[in-house]
Design a protein around this ligand. Structure first.
Ligand SMILES: NC(=O)c1ccc[n+]([C@@H]2O[C@H](COP(=O)([O-])OP(=O)(O)OC[C@H]3O[C@@H](n4cnc5c(N)ncnc54)[C@H](O)[C@@H]3O)[C@@H](O)[C@H]2O)c1
Length: 333
């Protein structure tokens, strides 16, 4: 049976979720809701869907099986809980919520309604990261000793990014460098190596004004250390106001090998390449090279898996665990 989807929010979703649904053979895009009639009509017409004004109307639509909540984090809980109360499954944008407590309440609402909740932490579906996961599981690295991730993005030094997602400057909406783009790194580390322990770090708002004079209160810069369940030593350093930031890099050093994954920007949108070498090889080799990336996107792969039942798609539990990392680092100041 085709999965019938309704999307709440048509800002980020316009360039990412809606084109994927509209082109998918696995799902049917049934409806789109925004806060205003004119935008709801225009977007619905563009993507061949039914318009609704307000998330309540979309949740009440009997033809929708799964509600995709693609609004800022501070709005997620009421929208997600309304969808579960209406008997729908949910795909929620990342971060799942502005706080772990809100995320846990949303997970409880899913359990009470007997419905499923997934989170759009799509980065793991790049072929380079699927291959990294497979190699880690196969023991390519031997004993994992050191894991180092850096995520330096120039995003909010650019006026066009601020114009589109200026709400990210305001911590009250549930945004920060670790909670939005940086959340994907926490998700990837947990997915690759298991739950992070001994998370200790520091986060700060170092840039108090974004282009266009937008005042900023969200933490734009953060660093933390952690241990994997096997005891490997892990570090993560992230910023989304790094003007000349080179993107994302994850280096994993083990007793039997080394793997290095890179992307030119936020892993949610920039293809990930993978290089590696076994201990007896002198230099890193291309394992998943730039030209190997598929015509499809990681979000399209996530949708394909959702339509097939959801195997491997990040759940609300994953969303809460990743958020817990960000929250504990930011709580430390
Ligand atoms: N997964 C990723 O890689 C990634 C990357 C960037 C952003 N995000 C996430 O995407 C999400 C959406 O970001 P955004 O910038 O589009 O957020 P936004 O808050 O700007 O969304 C605005 C949209 O929500 C609609 N809306 C507001 N109130 C509504 C209501 N009551 N009923 C129906 N619609 C309503 C508005 O009409 C508008 O279309 C965020 O959670 C963000 O963290 C994820």
């Amino acid at each position: 049976m085709t999965l019938r989807v309704g999307v709440v929010g048509a800002s980020y979703a316009v360039g990412t979720h809606l084109p994927v649904y509209a082109a998918s053979d696995d799902v049917e895009l049934v409806a789109v809701a925004t806060a205003h009639e004119d935008t709801a009509r225009a977007v619905a017409e563009r993507f061949g869907a039914r318009p609704h004004v307000g998330y309540e109307a979309l949740c009440a639509d009997p033809d929708v099986d799964l509600v995709d909540v693609a609004t800022r984090p501070s709005r997620h809980r009421e929208m997600v809980e309304a969808a579960f109360a209406a008997g729908k499954d949910v795909l929620c944008e990342a971060p799942l919520a502005p706080s772990v407590a809100d995320g846990e309440a949303m997970a409880t609402a899913a359990a009470s309604a007997g419905r499923s909740g997934w989170v759009d932490m799509q980065s793991r579906f790049w072929p380079g990261l699927q291959e990294l996961h497979r190699l880690v599981d196969d023991g390519y690295l031997g004993t994992v000793e050191n894991v180092a991730a850096t995520a330096f993005y120039p995003t909010f030094t650019r006026p066009e990014a601020v114009a589109g997602s200026g709400w990210c400057a305001d911590g009250a909406y549930g945004a920060s460098a670790l909670r939005v783009h940086g959340l994907h790194t926490a998700d990837l580390l947990r997915w690759l190596f298991g739950e992070l322990t001994e998370v200790r770090g520091s986060a700060a708002t170092r840039r108090s004004e974004w282009p266009g004079g937008v005042p900023a209160t969200s933490a734009d810069s953060a660093a933390y250390t952690a241990r994997t369940p096997d005891g490997a030593v892990c570090s993560v350093h992230a910023s989304w106001v790094a003007r000349h930031g080179e993107g994302w890099r994850l280096a994993v050093h083990g007793s039997a090998g080394t793997l290095v994954a890179t992307a030119a920007g936020h892993t949610g949108h920039f293809p990930v390449t993978l290089r590696g070498a076994r201990a007896d090889e002198p230099a890193l080799l291309d394992l998943v090279a730039p030209g190997d990336e598929p015509a499809t996107t990681p979000f399209a792969e996530l949708v394909r898996r959702l339509a097939a039942g959801g195997a491997g798609v990040p759940t609300f539990a994953d969303g809460i665990a990743a958020l817990r990392v960000a929250e504990s680092v930011e709580a430390a100041g």
